[in-house]
Design a protein around this ligand. Structure first.
Ligand SMILES: NC(=O)c1ccc[n+]([C@@H]2O[C@H](COP(=O)([O-])OP(=O)(O)OC[C@H]3O[C@@H](n4cnc5c(N)ncnc54)[C@H](OP(=O)(O)O)[C@@H]3O)[C@@H](O)[C@H]2O)c1
Length: 272
């Protein structure tokens, strides 16, 4: 008989997090999902409040799980946001918000979970990266930067905690059909006619949106998360999503960097 795992999924109110929470719940695991506004979401698993940008909120969410269950078997760091706009058009506070959520939010949650996981000498931390964390995408530079940083954090943490019986796994989805298109933030300056990128940015953004709407179902990512939580996939990282995008990531390792960037520029119709 399979043993039920206690799992905390951040950002389980929509998209990938919701699909993962649903799948884990259906398989009989004890799921805690989070939202900044949990009362808005009537879901069959327990929803608790969490804003990953807030130290106290991160500690309290983990404490809520530990108080009820006395253990935490898996933490799925899924909560994230996307910011679109040229790098030059990004205000420092806008950049800070992306990193506070996508990188430091993961750090806060990992720090909250690790003392208990170390004491248990067992646990899994699944960090949701992105294809944009393997390939720098135009007009999503800060998002890409935060997900590249998450790759590094995940690799380092994996090495540090393996000796305590804890696994860290990064899952990098390609385009996935979720609410990400509607929830994406835009830098304030990118909306101005005076932006040097006023012509290119909307074109590239429209392309991203079309690709995301046509993306793979979130269930594919959820299935990978389930396999990791259940101990059936223990590699350091998995790329999940449309075949062409998985090939793109693999190609990066073998195609000369200059040629790879030229191809990307061509694909997005960027001026040169
Ligand atoms: N969709 C894609 O194509 C794609 C591709 C690659 C990677 N990803 C990654 O997958 C993850 C989930 O994205 P998604 O597409 O499912 O997006 P989504 O539908 O917009 O869901 C985002 C989730 O993050 C939560 N969230 C946002 N800011 C938060 C904060 N400060 N504190 C706590 N929770 C917060 C939201 O919860 P509340 O608003 O309820 O708090 C929501 O549940 C992200 O890390 C994203 O970067 C997505």
């Amino acid at each position: 008989m399979k043993i039920a795992k206690v799992v905390l999924v951040t950002g389980a109110s929509s998209g990938i997090g919701r699909a993962a929470a649903a799948m884990l719940h259906d398989k009989g695991h004890i799921v805690y999902g989070t939202s900044r506004d949990p009362a808005r979401h009537d879901l069959p698993w327990r929803m608790i409040a969490l804003d990953v940008t807030d130290d106290a909120s991160a500690a309290a969410a983990m404490q809520a799980v530990l108080a009820e269950q006395g253990r935490i078997d898996a933490l799925v760091n899924n909560a994230g946001l996307v910011l679109a706009g040229a790098v030059e058009d990004t205000a420092i506070d806008e950049a800070r918000r992306v990193f506070e959520t996508n990188l430091l939010g993961v750090l806060r949650m990992a720090k909250a979970a690790l003392p208990t996981m170390r004491a248990q000498r067992a646990g899994v931390i699944v960090n949701i990266g992105s294809l944009a964390g393997r390939v720098g995408l135009p007009f999503q530079g800060l998002y890409s930067a935060s997900k590249f940083a998450l790759e590094g954090l995940s690799e380092s943490l994996r090495l540090e905690v393996a000796g305590f019986g804890i696994q860290v796994v990064l899952v990098a989805p390609g385009d996935t059909a979720t609410s990400v298109v509607d929830n994406r933030l835009r830098t304030e300056a990118s909306g101005r006619d005076s932006s040097a990128y006023a012509g290119e940015f909307p074109r590239v953004l429209a392309r991203f949106e079309a690709e995301e709407r046509a993306g793979s179902p979130a269930d594919g990512v959820a299935m990978r998360i389930l396999a990791i939580v259940e101990g059936r996939a223990g590699g350091p990282r998995y790329v999940v999503g449309p075949l062409a995008q998985r090939v793109l990531v693999a190609a990066r390792a073998v195609i000369p960097a200059r040629l790879f960037q030229w191809g990307l520029g061509l694909y997005y119709g960027l001026r040169r």
